[in-house]
Structures are given as structure tokens and as C-alpha cells.
Design a protein around this ligand. Structure first.
Ligand code: GTP
Ligand code: MG
Length: 452
């Protein structure tokens, strides 16, 4: 589980993109290739993440990555479900991920969540590569299993090459419409101002050697200083998810981006309107190469060092929130660490107005993203919180001064049954969506309708 070495921590790579565009398949393929290479033991499965060491990357990449050229320990990939708000992926004041892969289905092109992911990458200035996925579905494709993209391109007929080029050009066009200049990765000199495209297939593995090569190059070239951390210091992380675990109660799925966490540590965690201080009861990791979502078997571990994903079991975690900071109390006083967490929470907190709508979201990051969008559109917010739509939210909405404010927007959350009944009864409109701008659009259409 220790993935840091020599003071250089593993870069964190977020895998983002629209639902079904192939994020999980891509990671599965990388894991699967490692198994074929007889390297499966080297890859460690984390909570919500997969760590791939440098020598495995080098094996998969074939001649493209020479381990002697790099002194990073490998890469830690974080998978985000398409509907999940990746704006949760934040660390102290910035992006949790050092670099990102934006996965786009070449046939489907840009979709709402692609655009939302891109907005977040731009806002957090996270360098990224575009994985133009599913090239094997281009009509006439002649697959070159697991090979570098050049070998695949050479194996295609002129007609098939044209079909791929058409799709790639339209992606470059869509990126350009979103203010990102991009080109095939081998044409890109300055990766800080241009996004490199890697055509690949998560199914056949072609192009994946290139993707890993570009990611290693990016990390090495631009991330180096941020990687030099004290991996033995007190841990800092971000809550990805708050989940119930049988035998452990409420647990936190955390990405640790700095330092170390141990089973005898006290931690401070962000919650709704407060901070929680508690003692770690257990640190849990999935068993080797088993996926957290399907495999419920955990292994206890005594210590985890950044960068890593880990499940933390501790008392009192019930109202911890996704997207909130987690800090280990060691070397510093509890008060100092609590102040730190409070300051960070305040930074994410949404400013509310005297009159306005109620907003509920699944994570702190998504709440912040919606609030930004609403504020840009001059839509006032009276209450903004993480969590499902509850009866008390409806109660707040009923006090609104105008019809347009008798509204609750729910992003990626459920409406509890009693809240639903009460909203019906009190004539409160509840909108739900998992794409921010669609949610805001629905609201604007409603306002236009009632005020016509
Ligand atoms: P969410 O987690 O729901 O957001 O989706 P995802 O982006 O993780 O997509 P996933 O990897 O689950 O893939 C969705 C579907 O696309 C699956 O049926 C995959 O088998 C298929 N798929 C993914 N990559 C490829 C590819 O390169 N080629 C082909 N032909 N199919 C692919
Ligand atoms: Mg997935």
C-alpha cells in the first residue's frame, strides 16, 4: 500500500468523461494487461483508485517508456462514475488530481458530462490528455491488439483512416469550441497550452502504450515539484464518498494526497456546518486486484502513505460530507488542525442570500460548482447544503417571497419520501438532474413559464 518512495509521491491521475464513454474499461484494460505481463501482483487496488508502478507502465508501454528516464514511482488512477460529480476531486484550494484523462467516445463525441468535466479541468488548470476512445468501432477497423497507435494506423485501409480522421477532427473542433486548442499528441510541443489527443481502444488495448507514455511525460515534466512531499508527515486527504460498511458502520472513502495515516491516528473531518474529530478504528483496502464496488472483502492495514485511496472506519462519521477535507492530527495540536479544516470548509462554503432558492447536492465540490453557475446567472440562493432533499428543505422553500423561489434544485441526490409529499402539498417545485447546466436550464424554463 505504500506507493510513495524517495520523497516523490505517485502522481494522481483522474479519469473523467461522459457516462459509458469507457473510463472503467480503460482502467480494466491497464489492469488486465498487467495480468498478462505477469505483473498483476505489482498493481495495487485502492479504494476508488488503482496504483500502477513504473516498471509495469514501462512493460505495457513497450519501447515507449524507459524506466531509467523517470524517477516517479508510477501513477495512481482515480475512476469517477459518469454521473458522479468529479468536482469533488479537490484538495486544499485546488484540484486533487495532478493530471487527468478526458475520455471521449469517438462516435458519440462531446456530451454534457464531457463539457462539465472540461469546465472543471479548465477552472482548476489541471493538465490533461484526451483519450479518443473506441477507435475499434470505426467501420472497417483492423485491430492490432495492445499495440502502439502508429502500428494500428499503419494497418488501416485509406478509407478507414479517413473515417477515423473525420471523427478526430470533429473532436478537435469540439475542443476548440470550448476554448481548448488540441492536436494529435505527437504534434503537441507545449502540453501546458495544448491538449494532446490519443486515439485508443479500451477494448483492444491499441493506443494504451501511447496514453501511458504521454501521462508519464506530463507528470515528469510539469508535476515534479509538487511530487516532492514528505510522505511520512501527517496525512491530508479528500473524502470521495461516505458509505455504510457492514461491521464497520459509516466509513469514509478517502484519497490521501499528502503524508501518512495510521490506525492509531486522530483525524479531523469536514461535516455539514461543523468538523468531526475522531479516532481511526481501522484502515481498509480492497484485496489484491478486486474492485471496491463489486468485491466487499477488505484487508486491514496499519498505515497508508500518499498518494493512495483508503477506506477509513471510525466512530461519529455519520454527517461527514463528500468533498470535505480529512486531516491527521500529529505534530500539530487538535485546535490548529481543526482551524485548518474549518478554513478550508469556509473556502468552499456557498454564500447565501436573504431570498432565493434551495440547492442540494451530493458533494461539497458539486454544491460549489452549482452555486457558481447560479451566481453567474444571478439566481439567488437561500440555502445550499450537501445531502438528499429533506422535509426541512421544503419548509425553507415555503417561506419564499416569490413563486420563482419556491423551488428546490437537487443535483445527484434523492428526494426523501416525506419531503416529496410535503412539496406536493405545499406546491414547491423540485428539480433533479445530474448535469449542472441542464438543472439550471430546467429552472430557467420554469421561471420563464410562470412569469410569462
Ligand atoms: P460510467 O462509469 O457509467 O460513467 O461509464 P464508463 O465511462 O466507465 O464506461 P465503461 O467503461 O463502463 O464502458 C461502457 C461501455 O462501453 C461498456 O459496454 C464497454 O464494454 C464499452 N467500451 C468501453 N471502451 C470501449 C472500446 O474501446 N471499444 C468498444 N468497442 N467498446 C468499449
Ligand atoms: Mg465507470
Amino acid at each position: 500500500t505504500r506507493s510513495g518512495s524517495g520523497g516523490l509521491r505517485t502522481p494522481i491521475v483522474a479519469v473523467l468523461g461522459h457516462v459509458d464513454h469507457g473510463k472503467t474499461s480503460l482502467l480494466d484494460k491497464i489492469r488486465g494487461s498487467a495480468v498478462t505481463q505477469g505483473e498483476s501482483g505489482a498493481i495495487t487496488q485502492h479504494i476508488g483508485a488503482t496504483a500502477v508502478p513504473l516498471d509495469v507502465i514501462s512493460d505495457i508501454a513497450g519501447g515507449l517508456v524507459d524506466p531509467d528516464d523517470f524517477d516517479l514511482p508510477g501513477l495512481l488512477f482515480i475512476d469517477t462514475p459518469g454521473h458522479h460529480s468529479f468536482s469533488t476531486l479537490r484538495s486544499r484550494g485546488g484540484a486533487l488530481a495532478d493530471i487527468a484523462i478526458l475520455v471521449v467516445d469517438v462516435n458519440d463525441g462531446f456530451q454534457p458530462q464531457t463539457i462539465e468535466a472540461l469546465d472543471i479541468l479548465k477552472r482548476t488548470q489541471t493538465p490533461f490528455v484526451v483519450a479518443a476512445n473506441k477507435i475499434d468501432t470505426v467501420p472497417g477497423w483492423n485491430t492490432q491488439e495492445d499495440g502502439p497507435i502508429q502500428a494500428s494506423l499503419d494497418a488501416q485501409s485509406d478509407r478507414t483512416r479517413e473515417r477515423l480522421d473525420e471523427r478526430i477532427y470533429s473532436l478537435i473542433g469540439e475542443l476548440s469550441d470550448n476554448d481548448i486548442s488540441s492536436d494529435m499528441y505527437w504534434q503537441v510541443r507545449d502540453f501546458q497550452h495544448n491538449a494532446g489527443l490519443v486515439p485508443l481502444s479500451a477494448l483492444t488495448g491499441e493506443g494504451i502504450p501511447d496514453l501511458l507514455t504521454v501521462l508519464m511525460g506530463l507528470s515528469q515534466r510539469y508535476m515534479k515539484e509538487e511530487m516532492e512531499i514528505d510522505t511520512t508527515g501527517p496525512g491530508s486527504g479528500t473524502v470521495l464518498e461516505v458509505t455504510e460498511e457492514r461491521g464497520f458502520g459509516t466509513t469514509l472513502d478517502v484519497v490521501l494526497y499528502d503524508g501518512t495515516i495510521r490506525t492509531d491516528d486522530t483525524i479531523v473531518v469536514g461535516a455539514t456546518n461543523r468538523t468531526i474529530e475522531t479516532d481511526v478504528r481501522a484502515l481498509l483496502q480492497p484485496r489484491a486486484l478486486s474492485e471496491i464496488r463489486t468485491e466487499k472483502q477488505f484487508e486491514r492495514t496499519d498505515e497508508v502513505s500518499a498518494a493512495a485511496g483508503v477506506k477509513i472506519a471510525a466512530p461519529d462519521l455519520d454527517d461527514a460530507i463528500a468533498g470535505a477535507p480529512v486531516r491527521v492530527v500529529r505534530d500539530q495540536t487538535l485546535d490548529a488542525v481543526t482551524d485548518d479544516v474549518e478554513a478550508e470548509l469556509a473556502e468552499i462554503a456557498v454564500e447565501t442570500d436573504e431570498n432565493g432558492i434551495v440547492v442540494k447536492a451530493d458533494t461539497l465540490g458539486s454544491l460549489e460548482a452549482i452555486a457558481n453557475t447560479l451566481q453567474e446567472t444571478d439566481i439567488p440562493i437561500v440555502r445550499a447544503e450537501v445531502g438528499d432533499v429533506a422535509a426541512r428543505d421544503v419548509a425553507v422553500a415555503t417561506t419564499a417571497d416569490e413563486q420563482r423561489n419556491r423551488v428546490i434544485l437537487g443535483f445527484n441526490v434523492d428526494v426523501l419520501a416525506d419531503a416529496d409529499d410535503r412539496a406536493d402539498h405545499e406546491d414547491i417545485r423540485v428539480f433533479q438532474d445530474d448535469v449542472i447546466y441542464q438543472l439550471v436550464e430546467e429552472y430557467e424554463e420554469y421561471v420563464a413559464e410562470i412569469e410569462r
